[in-house]
Design a protein around this ligand. Sequence first.
Ligand code: SIN
Length: 289
Amino acid sequence: MSQTATRTSRIHVKPNESGFGAEITGLDLSQPLPPDALAELKQAWADHAVVWFPDQPLTHDQLEAFTLQIGPFGQDPFIAPMEGRPHILELRREPDEKARNFGAGWHSDWSFQEAPPAATILHSKIVPPVGGDTLYADCTRAYEALSPVMKRLLEGLVAIHSAALPYGTKGVFAQEKEARTMKIIVSEEAEKTCPHPLVRTHPVTGRKALFVSPVYTVGIEGMTQQESAALLGFIYKHVTSEEFVYRHRWQPDMLTMWDNRCTLHFADGGYDGHLRVMHRTTVAGDVPH
Ligand code: SIN
């Protein structure tokens, strides 16, 4: 990954020092992007996994149109979309809301799906003056930092994913007592399980990454619950350790796009008393391998 700012013909990419995460300026996302600019954007996304574009006021139509330039929409279950906008979720928390902020657990979006989304795109509408950051963990560097022995142990293991813990009929949202603005749809569907390789190869970069999702990964195939809890516990601690985490501070009208194939994210709270409104789309992905 490039670690210095690089100026190209159209876009300016300013990576974080680690190479994980980059700010992109010089583009107007409200308009269709010329093919070469789109190619450069996609390359920067492949290189840095999380990319953000400040100062991009977008209508719903423009957010949808930008998303479709990255790829077809993903399927977003268990959350009612915005009215008339089946592919946009509004992540909204009112100032007086007591329910825990949405997304406050490390996860890769919808990792329990057979083909989880490649990208999530989040566009900030109203940003609280304090708190409300999003944390991202770099699952590629976390994999690469493991010892050869641990890599060999993990290679070939299959993790089981399920939406039951948050969205099942006995899950966290089903038992929630506090009122929530977002409409969550708890369902027996959430209790299904889906196996994925614990180490996956990125289809664009060819790099290997840990593919676990603490909110959705419920075990490792062929291991006892105790064994998989111990191994997963180690992996979660490792991948979310400070050296692999980037804390993203939002500004209004910022669009951020992350790669669910090689990152985890965590929506931080700390903004009680303030409104936070974000609009989210996903881009379909492939079956992990
Ligand atoms: C999420 O998509 O998990 C929420 C991220 C955020 O609201 O910061």
